[in-house]
Design a protein around this ligand. Structure first.
Ligand code: JFZ
Length: 442
């Protein structure tokens, strides 16, 4: 039911079935990286700890722009070792990475022709983004760029357009944005996707036609390029979804530090990605993680499995330190998730929803290519048996452990549709995966 005329909405039709998009979908697990000048103070200013997101410290501590911007002279990163970063990511099991090329503060991690507020003017001087792209690409991880349109440094940024002066300024900002994005996809042809942010202000919402044409331009320059729904507003100012409810961009990126309800069926109809922080709400490096709950590797693994079971990707954030190191807590999370992935990733990569009734023990995932259903168990029933319900047309033939610890598990059919899997020799200190062979009786 189309209610409104929308000329500047969805650009290429959905869901995309080209190779690049299929690869994006099969990847399932990604690493987000928030790195910028905010990593230097790390949430603490003049001895005071600010518990709000560290990348917003500039606002929380009411720091003057010139003071904040002079942090650039301290961006010396002796511990920056992109090959080590890439190795950590690879061991964790991610297939893609999304790095902040420019966050709201406006500082650019690459030497941009269009601003001096960039890596060239730090003590480091070199193009750290080039080194980053090379290191991750070398280990087979797809690289994506996060880019904030909102820019606290740029004199032409406007939150709204209320005067001719605002209009002229924002026109320049739009040109700057376009220049920088073309620069990024040209300098780093390896880039697979762009992750837009800072697009919620009225100024951008009033630029629907511009963002549509920008998407078109970037996709023409880089065929296969994947953009998130956060990039766009239509000409009526609707964001993510146009005025008729049609998703803009190639996948939905509204699941921010939250997940859909596990029985939500609507999300199965589209591509989406959840982005998640390890602490409650810190994207950039914060020195003091005692200020909020820090998620355990098990909590994060459960989120990854849930996303996969509902057709979504999981993008887990890291906030490297001001000296370029990765904090010990994040190294530990990466290591533990990696250990789990080494055994169980078959239930993640290339998998999606299984279209079976959700049970309390955990989540089903399904691999279309090999026809296998995976059940990842997070909750052990007091009953000691795992219940499965299939459509009447299907039969459960076999259940085995992904670890091949035992060849097959005992199955008991208890009704035309329901089964118990009766476990034996399951070492379940960690979530574990049972592979199901289900046959269609027809
Ligand atoms: C934005 C940024 O402000 C933040 O620093 C971080 O980069 C994050 C990934 O994106 O924050 C948001 C954006 C959208 C919502 C909430 C926070 N949202 O839609 O609820």
């Amino acid at each position: 039911d189309i209610k409104k005329d929308v000329e500047y909405g969805q650009y290429n039709g959905l869901p995309r079935q080209d190779q690049a998009m299929q690869k994006w979908r099969e990847n399932r697990f990604g690493q987000f990286i928030h790195w910028g000048l905010y990593a230097i103070p790390g949430g603490i200013w003049e001895g005071k700890t600010y518990p709000y997101a560290s990348e917003f410290l500039r606002g929380s501590a009411k720091i003057a722009t010139s003071t904040w911007d002079s942090l650039i002279y301290q961006f010396d990163i002796p511990k920056y070792n992109p090959k080590e970063w890439a190795a950590i990511a690879k061991n964790m099991g991610v297939k893609y990475v999304t790095i902040t090329t420019k966050h709201h503060e406006g500082f650019c991690l690459w030497p941009s022709e269009y601003t001096d507020f960039d890596i060239e003017n730090t003590p480091y001087k070199k193009d750290l983004l080039r080194e980053f792209v090379d290191a991750y690409t070398a280990v087979g991880i797809d690289v994506n760029f996060y880019y904030s349109v909102l820019d606290w440094h740029h004199p032409d940024w406007r939150y709204d357009i209320k005067s001719d002066e605002d209009r002229a300024a924002f026109e320049r900002l739009k040109q700057f944005t376009k220049n920088q994005l073309v620069e990024l996809v040209t300098r780093y042809p390896e880039v697979k996707g762009l992750w837009f942010d800072g697009t919620w202000d009225n100024s951008w919402k009033k630029s629907g036609q511009f963002s549509y044409e920008l998407e078109k331009l970037l996709k023409n320059k880089r065929p296969g390029l994947i953009v998130n729904s956060r990039m766009r507003a239509d000409e009526h100012g609707s964001r993510h979804f146009d005025s008729n409810g049609i998703l803009m961009g190639d996948y939905e990126s509204g699941y921010e530090r939250r997940l859909p309800n596990p029985t939500d069926k609507e999300v199965l109809t589209r591509d989406w990605e959840c982005c998640m922080t390890i602490p409650e709400n810190q994207w950039g490096y914060h020195k003091d993680w005692s200020i909020s709950h820090v998620k355990s590797p098990l909590e994060l693994i459960e989120m990854l499995v849930q996303c996969t079971s509902q057709n979504g990707n999981f993008l887990l954030n890291f906030g490297p330190m001001g000296n370029g190191d990765i904090r010990p807590e994040e190294r530990e999370v990466a290591k533990e998730i990696g250990e789990w992935m080494k055994v169980n990733s078959e239930a993640i990569y290339g998998c999606g929803p299984a279209d079976l009734e959700k049970q309390d023990w955990g989540y089903y995932t399904y691999n279309e290519k090999n026809g296998k259903v995976y059940m990842t168990v997070f909750n052990n029933p007091v009953l000691g048996k795992y219940k499965i319900r299939l459509p009447k047309s299907h039969t459960l033939k076999k259940a085995s452990l992904i670890t091949k610890q035992v060849e097959s598990l005992e199955i008991k059919q208890i009704s035309p549709t329901d089964y118990f899997i009766i476990p034996d020799k399951i070492n379940n200190k960690k979530p574990f995966v049972i592979i199901l062979e289900i046959v269609d009786r027809a």
